[in-house]
Design a protein around this ligand. Structure first.
Ligand code: RVP
Length: 486
């Protein structure tokens, strides 16, 4: 019967990249890619929208190091708006008015000093009730000069010849201005000398540290956020809060209701809209006319039990290749989500046709992931759980896997709650991941992601070949930073 004519589907361990003639040195391989129609990243890597992976700390670190974090949605809309704000303002050149610590001219030197210590700032513009800048005070104006009495008004101690900047100042000009005048901060004022914000030397130096950072047109870090297709108000709030990409976050996006909701959201928001997850050509064909990106993955995740529980799924290399067949033709970026254990898996996903990859377990053990480090049997771990696990479903208002809150014993989870080895800083994990991907590009002889997608070819690997790929017939004596056998 035709039911027994079954097509084959492949995953990471079934294939390897065929080595090809090359002139590309891995260090020179350029990982720049498009994750959605309007968002480019320096490294093709996203952190998963999971409550044990991506909150603002992770999203800030991902964007600073060239990737993108996608905030999870197991939080209220208000919390989400705050989290987006934290990412967008993390490296802002001009600290906006509401966030600037200012001093009132009526305050005494002591009061201002106390306030600056409390707020953790080294200086403050002195501003009258109209918002006019009268001067600027810094802790160095106060302490060394004993002639200033603690009870004197701040106006005695402040510098009243204030160097200010206008709103269109760029980082270079701000740096030069502060350097020239040997000052640490410059109030930004409008035409009427009313305070609109503050630029600090510390802020500028911090920005310079992150050359690869992924920023929007205003120089703010980029950030993605997961939203439900059935929660238009969350999508609207995320868009207004400045999220760059909304990720329509479902376990099965090839569903008429999901597509209707996603299409509606895409037609109303400014942000790009990436839709997922899917794993077939037919699903991709339903999305290409409105989605700014398509996310692929039905069941490959490390904590995901969808395939075992539901009997449905698609091995990830085949899923990515099928979706990319359709999406690449329409110039819609593809993101391979889930199942990536090694840098080699990540670059294989790109070879299959993805433009970027999303990882959960790889990052869940880093400092930037939410949650505490716990010790079990003398080893350090961090919690990592599926968003379709009982724990995650109970703690949030996630409807990724279900639409109504059931009784405790009525959950049918599609994920597990687990722990993953503690790994230290995200930066070194990203460095290993990106470095391994560049090595893959070197073996194939492609200097850019798009050239690599064109040029790469797979060979099929047997289980004997698979065993040969791993460290074998030896006892590992020292841990490698990018390899641990399963
Ligand atoms: P991994 O990197 O293999 O840990 O996979 C992470 C991905 O797994 C997520 O980006 C998401 O698509 C998927 N996921 C998250 N929760 C669950 C679940 O509970 N089934 N699956």
């Amino acid at each position: 019967s035709s039911k027994l004519e079954v097509p084959e589907a492949l995953t990471f361990d079934d294939v390897l990249l065929r080595p090809k003639e090359s002139r590309v040195e891995p260090d020179d391989a350029d990982l720049t890619t498009q994750v959605s129609t309007n968002v480019e990243v320096s490294v093709p890597i996203l952190s998963a929208a999971m409550d044990t992976v991506t909150e603002s700390d992770m999203a800030v670190a991902m964007a600073r190091h060239g990737g993108l974090g996608v905030l999870h949605r197991n939080m209220t809309i208000d919390e989400m708006v705050e989290e987006i704000g934290r990412v967008k303002s993390a490296d802002e050149l001009i600290i906006p008015f509401d966030s600037v610590v200012t001093a009132d001219p009526e305050m005494s030197v002591r009061e201002v000093d106390d306030q600056m210590a409390r707020e953790g700032v080294g200086g403050a513009p002195v501003v009258n009730t109209n918002g006019e800048v009268l001067g600027i005070i810094s802790s160095t104006d106060i302490r060394p000069h004993l002639e200033v009495n603690e009870d004197d008004p701040v106006t005695e101690a402040m510098t009243d010849e204030v160097i200010t900047a206008s709103e269109d100042i760029d980082p270079r000009a701000a740096f030069d201005l502060m350097y020239e005048h040997k000052i640490e901060r410059v109030p930004v004022v409008d035409d009427e000398n009313l305070l609109v914000g503050l630029v600090t030397m510390q802020g500028i130096l911090q920005r310079r540290e992150y050359e690869e950072a992924v920023r929007d047109e205003d120089g703010r870090l980029r950030c993605g956020v997961a939203v439900s297709p059935f929660e238009a108000d969350r999508a609207e709030a995320a868009d207004e809060a400045g999220a760059d990409i909304l990720f329509i976050d479902t376990a099965h996006a090839h569903n008429k209701n999901v597509i209707e909701g996603a299409r509606e959201i895409a037609s109303t928001v400014q942000a790009d809209v990436v839709v997922g997850n899917v794993g077939t050509r037919e699903a991709a064909a339903e999305l290409v006319d409105f989605a700014d990106g398509i996310k692929v993955g039905i069941g490959p995740g490390s904590i995901c039990t969808t395939r075992v529980v539901s009997g449905a799924g698609m091995p990830q290399i085949t899923a990515v290749a099928q979706v990319a067949d359709v999406a690449n033709e329409h110039d819609v970026p593809v993101i391979a989500d889930g199942g990536i254990r090694y840098s080699g898996d990540a670059i294989k996903a790109i070879a299959a046709g993805a433009d970027a990859v999303m990882l959960g377990s790889y990052f869940a053990g880093t400092d930037e992931a939410p949650g505490r480090v716990v010790t079990m049997n003398g080893k350090k771990y961090k919690q990592y759980r599926g968003m379709g696990s009982v724990g995650a479903m109970k703690s949030g208002d996630s409807d990724r896997y279900l639409k109504e809150e059931p009784e405790d014993d009525e959950y049918v989870p599609e994920g597990v709650e687990a722990a993953t080895p503690y790994k230290g800083s995200l930066q070194s994990e990203l460095h290993q991941l990106a470095g391994g991907m560049q090595s893959g590009m070197g073996y194939v002889g492609a200097g850019t992601i798009s050239a690599f997608k064109e040029r790469s070819e797979f060979v099929r690997v047997s289980s004997a070949g698979q065993a040969e790929s791993h460290a074998h017939d030896v006892v590992i004596t020292d841990e490698a930073p990018n390899y641990s056998p399963d």
